[in-house]
Design a protein around this ligand. Structure first.
Ligand SMILES: *Cc1c(COP(=O)(O)O)cnc(C)c1O
Ligand SMILES: [Zn+2]
Length: 461
């Protein structure tokens, strides 16, 4: 196996075998990467070679939108791979949403990861983490989650029966669509009386204490799977590199994986340039935005100003500042992949923006009207693209890909409260959280149970 785990800190760079179960460097505490001895491996000379696998879709590894690209994440033997057909997702050019963002027709694309088996992009990573869990013989796996990670881990465990699962969720905040999945897939579910950041701290302790395999995005194998979202974007664009990738930022695993994917493709000579990356925070959970755009923190070859970062979190704790946004999947104030994301922003000449819940919900309604249902966090990408277009950072004719990270049915409450026209419902779900209006509401029409009245109502619209 020509794969190893490597510490990302340039002054350490310690390496570990892939058979070890680690979520941080035992020497210095930094995050770990999976690294490959590419010169010892057979890598396709052109990305087009991956298309040959479309003809072999009865092989589950070639069917998977993740493992079709297994030469670019070669840490497992084929027989160890755990797949449930993830990654059958689509890149769609969308003129209606492009108009909303302010793009020229034909330049805005949506990468819809809601089509994954559990309804979010998390399956791209969970298939890779599950594969590693099988490689090391894990009996039990765990994660903390704002919802989608637990839904994903639960579906992998129940479909494959390779290991048992316990999921930790913060109390109160989790969207019901997501909670229902963990319960339905029969995962042991612990509702920790705290928020996501608390749940993650506890699950890390428990995993360490009990030798349970941890599947949060501190797991470097998970991010290997998430690289393939970018391979599929390139595939959808006939292997042309777009100008921009726009992605919501929560724990920053996705943005980190995207940066690594492009750096590797460039090193391997499979692409000739790297797109720019825009990571979009919710204004109520904007740690990355504050550090990167306001305090000027940079990767700096791995030597980033830890003093500034530490002081930022110390202030946050002193003020007891908690993340707060309706976009529950990105309601995270302590992004675990912060350093890796800074590296990705460096690789991709990136920018970070924040958008309000109002902007997120309005963008979500436009995405829906344009044909793709997404959950609130996903729409942050479209709201962020609109903001960057308004600022002139994105040009009208740039090719822009917004990642829609999760399916609309994950969080129907937010959608119904926005559209229903029920003032009390709006107030309790959205108004109380600072949303002023439902700009693009599509209100249901109440009509008497009577043919004439129904026809009259139809004629009115
Ligand atoms: C997990 C998640 C995110 C955040 O992704 P990170 O990799 O944690 O930054 C965004 N949207 C949805 C739907 C998610 O499930
Ligand atoms: Zn280290």
């Amino acid at each position: 196996m020509h794969a190893l785990q490597r510490c990302i800190a340039p002054l350490c760079l310690a390496t570990f075998d892939v058979s070890e179960v680690l979520t941080s460097c035992p020497d210095c505490g930094s995050l770990l990467d999976i690294d490959y001895e590419w010169d010892q491996l057979k890598v396709p000379k052109s990305l087009r070679e991956f298309e040959a696998r479309w003809t072999n879709r009865r092989n589950p590894l070639d069917f998977s939108g993740v493992w079709r690209f297994r030469d670019l994440l070669p840490f497992a033997r084929d027989e160890d791979i755990v797949t449930i057909g993830e990654g059958q997702t689509i890149l769609q050019q969308n003129t209606a949403v492009g108009n909303f963002v302010g793009m020229k027709p034909g330049s805005l694309f949506l990468q819809y990861e809601g089509l994954n088996p559990s309804g979010s992009f998390k399956d791209n990573g969970m298939t890779a983490a599950s594969t590693h869990a099988r490689m090391v013989g894990a009996k039990m796996a765990a994660c903390a989650s704002t919802g989608n990670t637990s839904a994903s881990l639960a579906i992998y465990a129940s479909t494959t029966q390779v290991f048992k699962v316990v999921v930790f969720v913060g109390s109160g905040k989790i969207a019901f669509g997501k909670l229902s999945q963990a319960l339905d897939y029969d995962a042991k579910t612990l509702q920790v009386l705290g928020d996501f950041d608390d749940a993650l701290d506890r699950v890390r302790e428990v995993a360490g204490e009990r030798g349970i395999y941890l599947c949060n995005s501190v797991n470097p194998f998970r991010l290997e799977g998430q690289k393939t979202i970018m391979y599929r974007v390139l595939e959808g664009l006939n292997w042309q590199v777009p100008d921009w990738i726009v992605v919501p930022g929560g724990n920053l695993g996705n943005s980190s994986a995207f940066g690594k994917a492009f750096a590797e493709l460039k090193t391997l000579g499979l692409i000739d340039r790297i797109p720019r990356l825009a990571v979009i925070n919710a204004a109520g959970a904007n740690t990355l935005y504050q550090l990167y755009e306001e305090k000027g923190v940079r990767w700096d070859g791995g030597m980033s100003e830890d003093g500034t970062i530490d002081a930022f979190f110390a202030d946050m704790d002193a003020a007891n500042r908690k993340a707060s946004t309706l976009a529950s999947a990105i309601e995270i104030n302590r992004p675990v992949n912060l350093k890796k994301c800074l590296r990705a922003l460096d690789i991709c000449d990136g920018v970070v923006r924040q958008v309000t819940d109002q902007e997120i919900l309005d963008a979500k309604a436009q995405v829906g009207a344009g044909g793709f249902g997404c959950e609130p966090a996903s729409a942050a990408s479209v709201a962020g693209a609109k903001l960057l277009r308004a600022e002139g950072v994105i040009a009208p004719s740039d090719r822009v890909v917004c990642i829609l990270t999760g399916h609309q049915l994950k969080d129907p409450d937010a959608t119904v409260a926005y559209h229903s026209g029920d003032a009390a419902l709006f107030e309790s779900k959205l108004g109380s959280r600072g949303v002023q209006r439902a700009t693009y509401a599509n209100e249901p029409v109440v009509v008497e149970n009577n043919l004439q009245r129904i026809i009259a109502a139809l004629e009115k619209s």
